[in-house]
Design a binder for this molecule. Sequence first.
Ligand SMILES: [Zn+2]
Length: 293
Amino acid sequence: MPELPEVETVRRGLAPVMEGARFDKVEARRPDLRRPFPKNFVKRLEGESVIGLGRRAKYLLADLTSGDVLLMHLGMSGSFRVADEKRERMPGKFHHERSADKAHDHVVFHMSSGARIIFNDPRRFGLMLLVPRAGLAEHPLMREVGPEPLGNAFDAAMLAKACARKNTSLKAALSDQKVVAGLGNIYVCEALHRARLSPKRNARTLATRSGDPAPRAVALVSAIKDVLNEAVKAGGSSLRDHRRTDGELGDFQHNFRVYDREGEPCPTPGCNGTIRRIVQNGRSTFFCPVCQK
Ligand SMILES: [Zn+2]
């Protein structure tokens, strides 16, 4: 499942060919992805232009001249390719290989910018919906989404308040999209390591008894922002299996500090710990039991 940095890099890759451009022709090659396409999906897009391409949590939001918002989600295996007469590119970078098998090209946008934008999704957990702009905040997929971790509003006080009455682990609390939007297994592990907090620690301990943010909440918020900003800057993440834009599988070095590094020495300066893997809520957690308390 792509996390926030991957989706943000996809947004940045698509924005130059979508913003200000018109949908000249739209192909929906099947009736559904995870859900059916909206009624008159093609008709409601063709002839309309994209005013802006935004992101909320892991959703891409294209504001249209019609007043609708085209809401897109990559699901587990979805990806976009951008093609013109000369070449094809895949915007964004991912931890897992993305398919370019044309049998899974389910949606094609022919834009007035000259670009074809192709949505490929072998497992079809992706999503495309049209929602009136005025109703977006109250849409069932949007209304429970928590604060954007890179937004100014997300700070220690907000995180401590969201966790003050939670009787769950920090790992579970940070994975909860209502507490903070867009984090998944990888970046939760990375942020907790950077903040030197154990993933098993009770989330309530981010708040003091009076409900104020504890110093560890300040450290954690700053670690979350740093980890995400660095990942976006690096192009989504450091990838193990990244298909280069020319379609070749590229080599790269990944620089996760703990994720998928079971048995390796802890990278915290001065720490002699070894990265351990445990399972929490059915997902692997990687952490250092020595410096993460
Ligand atoms: Zn350590």
